[in-house]
Design a protein around this ligand. Sequence first.
Ligand code: C5P
Length: 291
Amino acid sequence: MERSCPVLVAPAMDVGMFEHTATQANIKLLAERGIYFAGPEEGRMASGLVGRGRFVEASDLLGHIRLLLGKNGTLAGKKVVVSAGGTQEPIDPVRVIANRSSGRQGFALAQAAVDAGAQVMLVTGPVSLKPPVGVELRPVQTAAEMLEAVLETCAGAEALIMAAAVADFQVKKPAEEKLKKQDGIPKLQLAPTPDILQKVAGMGKKRPKVVVGFAAESQDLLENAARKLEAKKLDVIAANDISASDAGFGVETNRITLLYPDGSREALPLMGKEEAAEILISRLAALLEAA
Ligand code: C5P
Protein backbone atom coordinates (compact mmCIF):
# COMPACT_ATOMS: atom_id res chain seq x y z
CA MET A 1 0.00 0.00 0.00
CA GLU A 2 1.28 3.50 -0.86
CA ARG A 3 1.69 5.81 2.12
CA SER A 4 -0.48 8.95 2.14
CA CYS A 5 1.55 11.13 4.51
CA PRO A 6 4.64 13.17 3.59
CA VAL A 7 8.03 11.68 4.49
CA LEU A 8 10.91 13.84 5.70
CA VAL A 9 14.43 12.45 5.97
CA ALA A 10 17.12 14.15 8.07
CA PRO A 11 20.35 12.39 7.09
CA ALA A 12 23.40 12.39 9.39
CA MET A 13 26.67 10.69 8.53
CA ASP A 14 30.42 11.11 8.67
CA VAL A 15 32.35 13.36 6.31
CA GLY A 16 32.60 12.01 2.79
CA MET A 17 29.66 9.62 3.11
CA PHE A 18 27.04 12.19 2.19
CA GLU A 19 28.96 13.40 -0.86
CA HIS A 20 29.56 9.82 -2.03
CA THR A 21 28.14 9.14 -5.51
CA ALA A 22 26.04 6.23 -4.27
CA THR A 23 24.44 8.32 -1.47
CA GLN A 24 23.75 11.19 -3.85
CA ALA A 25 22.19 8.87 -6.43
CA ASN A 26 19.92 7.34 -3.76
CA ILE A 27 18.91 10.78 -2.46
CA LYS A 28 18.05 11.87 -6.00
CA LEU A 29 15.88 8.79 -6.48
CA LEU A 30 14.06 9.31 -3.18
CA ALA A 31 13.54 13.02 -3.97
CA GLU A 32 12.03 12.05 -7.31
CA ARG A 33 9.61 9.84 -5.38
CA GLY A 34 8.50 12.88 -3.37
CA ILE A 35 10.58 12.39 -0.21
CA TYR A 36 11.74 15.60 1.49
CA PHE A 37 15.20 16.17 2.93
CA ALA A 38 16.37 18.40 5.78
CA GLY A 39 20.12 18.80 6.04
CA PRO A 40 22.70 17.54 6.70
CA GLU A 41 24.59 20.61 7.89
CA GLU A 42 28.23 21.62 7.73
CA GLY A 43 30.22 21.32 10.93
CA ARG A 44 32.24 19.15 13.28
CA MET A 45 31.28 15.47 13.46
CA ALA A 46 31.62 13.03 16.40
CA SER A 47 34.67 11.60 14.59
CA GLY A 48 36.35 15.01 14.83
CA LEU A 49 36.19 15.52 11.08
CA VAL A 50 34.69 18.72 9.72
CA GLY A 51 32.38 18.80 6.71
CA ARG A 52 28.80 18.20 5.57
CA GLY A 53 27.05 15.48 7.52
CA ARG A 54 25.78 16.92 10.81
CA PHE A 55 22.21 16.19 11.87
CA VAL A 56 20.11 19.31 11.33
CA GLU A 57 19.46 21.39 14.52
CA ALA A 58 16.32 20.22 16.38
CA SER A 59 14.65 23.64 16.02
CA ASP A 60 15.34 23.62 12.27
CA LEU A 61 14.00 20.08 11.97
CA LEU A 62 10.80 21.27 13.61
CA GLY A 63 10.77 24.18 11.12
CA HIS A 64 11.06 21.74 8.19
CA ILE A 65 8.19 19.65 9.61
CA ARG A 66 6.02 22.77 9.96
CA LEU A 67 6.86 23.80 6.40
CA LEU A 68 5.89 20.37 5.12
CA LEU A 69 2.67 20.05 7.14
CA GLY A 70 1.57 23.55 6.07
CA LYS A 71 1.74 22.81 2.37
CA ASN A 72 -2.02 22.33 1.96
CA GLY A 73 -3.01 25.04 4.48
CA THR A 74 -5.41 27.95 4.06
CA LEU A 75 -2.71 30.13 2.43
CA ALA A 76 -1.27 27.37 0.20
CA GLY A 77 0.46 28.81 -2.83
CA LYS A 78 -0.15 32.42 -1.74
CA LYS A 79 2.71 34.90 -1.57
CA VAL A 80 2.69 36.88 1.67
CA VAL A 81 5.08 39.68 2.63
CA VAL A 82 5.72 40.24 6.35
CA SER A 83 7.79 43.12 7.71
CA ALA A 84 9.28 42.79 11.19
CA GLY A 85 11.58 44.42 13.70
CA GLY A 86 12.57 48.03 14.07
CA THR A 87 14.48 50.06 11.51
CA GLN A 88 17.71 51.87 12.38
CA GLU A 89 18.59 55.32 11.03
CA PRO A 90 22.30 56.16 11.02
CA ILE A 91 23.65 59.19 12.89
CA ASP A 92 27.26 58.42 11.97
CA PRO A 93 29.07 55.18 10.98
CA VAL A 94 28.61 53.67 14.46
CA ARG A 95 25.49 55.28 15.94
CA VAL A 96 21.85 54.86 15.01
CA ILE A 97 18.38 56.00 15.99
CA ALA A 98 16.60 52.76 16.86
CA ASN A 99 13.53 51.56 18.76
CA ARG A 100 12.62 48.77 21.17
CA SER A 101 10.99 46.41 18.67
CA SER A 102 12.29 42.84 19.14
CA GLY A 103 10.80 41.52 15.89
CA ARG A 104 9.02 38.74 17.82
CA GLN A 105 5.49 39.51 16.62
CA GLY A 106 6.58 39.83 12.98
CA PHE A 107 8.63 36.61 13.10
CA ALA A 108 5.70 34.78 14.75
CA LEU A 109 3.46 36.04 11.93
CA ALA A 110 5.94 34.81 9.33
CA GLN A 111 5.99 31.36 11.04
CA ALA A 112 2.18 31.25 11.24
CA ALA A 113 1.98 32.14 7.53
CA VAL A 114 4.44 29.31 6.72
CA ASP A 115 2.30 26.96 8.87
CA ALA A 116 -0.68 27.96 6.70
CA GLY A 117 1.24 27.11 3.52
CA ALA A 118 2.14 30.62 2.33
CA GLN A 119 5.27 31.49 0.41
CA VAL A 120 6.64 34.05 2.85
CA MET A 121 9.01 36.95 2.22
CA LEU A 122 10.25 38.34 5.53
CA VAL A 123 11.57 41.90 5.34
CA THR A 124 13.26 42.55 8.66
CA GLY A 125 15.18 45.23 10.46
CA PRO A 126 18.19 44.17 12.60
CA VAL A 127 16.94 41.62 15.17
CA SER A 128 18.51 38.73 17.08
CA LEU A 129 15.97 36.07 16.11
CA LYS A 130 16.27 32.99 13.96
CA PRO A 131 14.04 33.25 10.89
CA PRO A 132 11.43 30.50 10.38
CA VAL A 133 12.50 27.68 8.06
CA GLY A 134 11.16 28.25 4.57
CA VAL A 135 10.91 32.05 4.50
CA GLU A 136 12.79 34.18 2.03
CA LEU A 137 14.70 36.66 4.18
CA ARG A 138 15.27 40.28 3.18
CA PRO A 139 17.36 41.94 5.91
CA VAL A 140 17.33 45.76 5.85
CA GLN A 141 18.51 48.52 8.13
CA THR A 142 16.79 51.82 7.37
CA ALA A 143 13.19 52.83 6.62
CA ALA A 144 14.26 53.74 3.07
CA GLU A 145 15.74 50.26 2.57
CA MET A 146 12.60 48.68 4.03
CA LEU A 147 10.45 50.70 1.62
CA GLU A 148 12.47 49.46 -1.34
CA ALA A 149 12.35 45.82 -0.17
CA VAL A 150 8.61 45.95 0.62
CA LEU A 151 7.68 47.49 -2.74
CA GLU A 152 9.83 44.94 -4.55
CA THR A 153 8.51 41.89 -2.67
CA CYS A 154 4.89 43.14 -2.84
CA ALA A 155 4.88 42.80 -6.62
CA GLY A 156 2.76 39.71 -7.21
CA ALA A 157 2.07 39.21 -3.48
CA GLU A 158 -1.44 38.48 -2.23
CA ALA A 159 -0.97 40.05 1.18
CA LEU A 160 1.27 42.40 3.14
CA ILE A 161 1.53 42.46 6.93
CA MET A 162 3.43 45.53 8.16
CA ALA A 163 4.40 44.49 11.68
CA ALA A 164 7.69 46.42 11.56
CA ALA A 165 8.26 49.41 13.82
CA VAL A 166 9.45 51.78 11.12
CA ALA A 167 11.32 54.86 12.30
CA ASP A 168 9.35 58.05 11.73
CA PHE A 169 12.45 60.26 11.57
CA GLN A 170 15.84 59.95 9.96
CA VAL A 171 18.95 62.10 10.29
CA LYS A 172 19.02 64.46 7.33
CA LYS A 173 22.74 64.18 6.75
CA PRO A 174 24.43 61.35 8.69
CA ALA A 175 28.10 62.17 9.47
CA GLU A 176 30.59 60.31 7.31
CA GLU A 177 33.06 59.97 10.18
CA LYS A 178 32.37 59.06 13.81
CA LEU A 179 31.25 62.15 15.74
CA LYS A 180 33.79 63.09 18.44
CA LYS A 181 32.79 63.85 22.02
CA GLN A 182 35.30 66.70 22.22
CA ASP A 183 33.60 68.46 19.28
CA GLY A 184 30.55 69.09 21.50
CA ILE A 185 26.94 67.98 21.36
CA PRO A 186 25.93 67.51 17.71
CA LYS A 187 22.85 69.28 16.37
CA LEU A 188 20.97 66.53 14.60
CA GLN A 189 18.64 67.70 11.89
CA LEU A 190 15.84 65.22 11.44
CA ALA A 191 13.68 64.58 8.39
CA PRO A 192 10.61 62.36 8.00
CA THR A 193 11.06 58.83 6.67
CA PRO A 194 8.84 57.61 3.84
CA ASP A 195 5.56 56.06 5.02
CA ILE A 196 5.71 52.56 3.56
CA LEU A 197 2.01 51.78 3.91
CA GLN A 198 1.11 55.09 2.20
CA LYS A 199 3.35 54.15 -0.73
CA VAL A 200 1.79 50.66 -0.86
CA ALA A 201 -1.66 52.29 -0.90
CA GLY A 202 -0.47 54.18 -3.98
CA MET A 203 0.43 50.97 -5.85
CA GLY A 204 -3.07 50.92 -7.39
CA LYS A 205 -3.99 47.64 -9.05
CA LYS A 206 -0.61 46.13 -8.18
CA ARG A 207 -1.26 46.53 -4.45
CA PRO A 208 -1.60 43.24 -2.52
CA LYS A 209 -5.26 42.23 -2.08
CA VAL A 210 -5.08 42.39 1.71
CA VAL A 211 -2.91 44.86 3.63
CA VAL A 212 -2.56 44.57 7.40
CA GLY A 213 -1.08 47.31 9.57
CA PHE A 214 -0.13 47.61 13.20
CA ALA A 215 -0.68 50.48 15.59
CA ALA A 216 1.50 50.60 18.69
CA GLU A 217 0.13 53.38 20.85
CA SER A 218 0.68 54.53 24.39
CA GLN A 219 -2.51 56.65 24.43
CA ASP A 220 -5.93 56.80 22.72
CA LEU A 221 -5.20 53.39 21.23
CA LEU A 222 -8.42 52.62 19.38
CA GLU A 223 -9.03 56.18 18.11
CA ASN A 224 -5.50 56.39 16.70
CA ALA A 225 -5.71 52.90 15.23
CA ALA A 226 -9.05 53.69 13.52
CA ARG A 227 -7.53 56.86 12.05
CA LYS A 228 -4.52 54.91 10.68
CA LEU A 229 -6.76 52.17 9.30
CA GLU A 230 -8.46 54.79 7.14
CA ALA A 231 -5.45 57.00 6.32
CA LYS A 232 -3.30 54.03 5.24
CA LYS A 233 -6.22 52.31 3.43
CA LEU A 234 -5.79 49.08 5.38
CA ASP A 235 -8.02 46.00 5.37
CA VAL A 236 -7.35 45.40 9.04
CA ILE A 237 -5.22 47.05 11.72
CA ALA A 238 -3.90 45.32 14.84
CA ALA A 239 -3.90 47.82 17.69
CA ASN A 240 -1.68 47.08 20.65
CA ASP A 241 -1.38 49.06 23.82
CA ILE A 242 2.31 49.52 24.50
CA SER A 243 1.73 51.33 27.79
CA ALA A 244 0.92 47.98 29.48
CA SER A 245 4.02 46.15 30.77
CA ASP A 246 2.73 42.73 29.58
CA ALA A 247 2.03 43.70 25.95
CA GLY A 248 3.80 45.20 22.96
CA PHE A 249 7.50 45.96 22.59
CA GLY A 250 10.15 43.58 23.89
CA VAL A 251 7.82 41.17 25.77
CA GLU A 252 6.52 37.76 24.76
CA THR A 253 2.81 38.54 25.05
CA ASN A 254 0.45 40.90 23.28
CA ARG A 255 -3.06 42.25 23.79
CA ILE A 256 -4.42 43.11 20.39
CA THR A 257 -7.67 44.58 19.10
CA LEU A 258 -8.38 44.08 15.41
CA LEU A 259 -10.21 46.93 13.66
CA TYR A 260 -11.87 46.59 10.25
CA PRO A 261 -12.99 49.27 7.74
CA ASP A 262 -16.70 48.47 8.34
CA GLY A 263 -16.26 49.58 11.94
CA SER A 264 -16.27 46.07 13.42
CA ARG A 265 -13.75 45.24 16.13
CA GLU A 266 -12.38 42.08 17.72
CA ALA A 267 -10.66 42.44 21.08
CA LEU A 268 -8.29 39.53 21.71
CA PRO A 269 -7.26 38.77 25.30
CA LEU A 270 -3.65 38.80 26.50
CA MET A 271 -1.86 35.93 24.74
CA GLY A 272 1.51 34.79 23.44
CA LYS A 273 2.70 36.47 20.25
CA GLU A 274 2.62 33.07 18.51
CA GLU A 275 -1.04 32.57 19.36
CA ALA A 276 -1.87 36.14 18.33
CA ALA A 277 -0.07 35.50 15.04
CA GLU A 278 -2.10 32.34 14.38
CA ILE A 279 -5.36 34.23 14.91
CA LEU A 280 -4.25 37.11 12.70
CA ILE A 281 -3.21 34.71 9.92
CA SER A 282 -6.58 32.93 10.08
CA ARG A 283 -8.35 36.31 9.77
CA LEU A 284 -6.06 37.18 6.85
CA ALA A 285 -6.93 33.88 5.11
CA ALA A 286 -10.65 34.66 5.54
CA LEU A 287 -10.17 38.17 4.08
CA LEU A 288 -8.25 36.74 1.11
CA GLU A 289 -10.95 34.16 0.56
CA ALA A 290 -13.55 36.92 0.46
CA ALA A 291 -11.44 39.32 -1.68
O1 C5P B 1 1.87 55.84 11.73
P1 C5P B 1 2.38 54.70 12.54
O2 C5P B 1 3.86 54.54 12.48
O3 C5P B 1 1.90 54.62 13.94
O4 C5P B 1 1.70 53.44 11.81
C1 C5P B 1 1.99 52.14 12.14
C2 C5P B 1 1.85 51.26 10.93
O5 C5P B 1 2.42 51.91 9.79
C3 C5P B 1 2.62 49.98 11.08
O6 C5P B 1 1.96 48.94 10.37
C4 C5P B 1 3.99 50.33 10.47
O7 C5P B 1 4.65 49.17 10.01
C5 C5P B 1 3.59 51.23 9.33
N1 C5P B 1 4.57 52.29 8.98
C6 C5P B 1 5.00 52.41 7.68
N2 C5P B 1 5.93 53.37 7.34
C7 C5P B 1 6.38 54.25 8.27
C8 C5P B 1 5.91 54.16 9.59
C9 C5P B 1 5.02 53.15 9.92
O8 C5P B 1 4.57 51.63 6.83
N3 C5P B 1 7.26 55.18 7.93
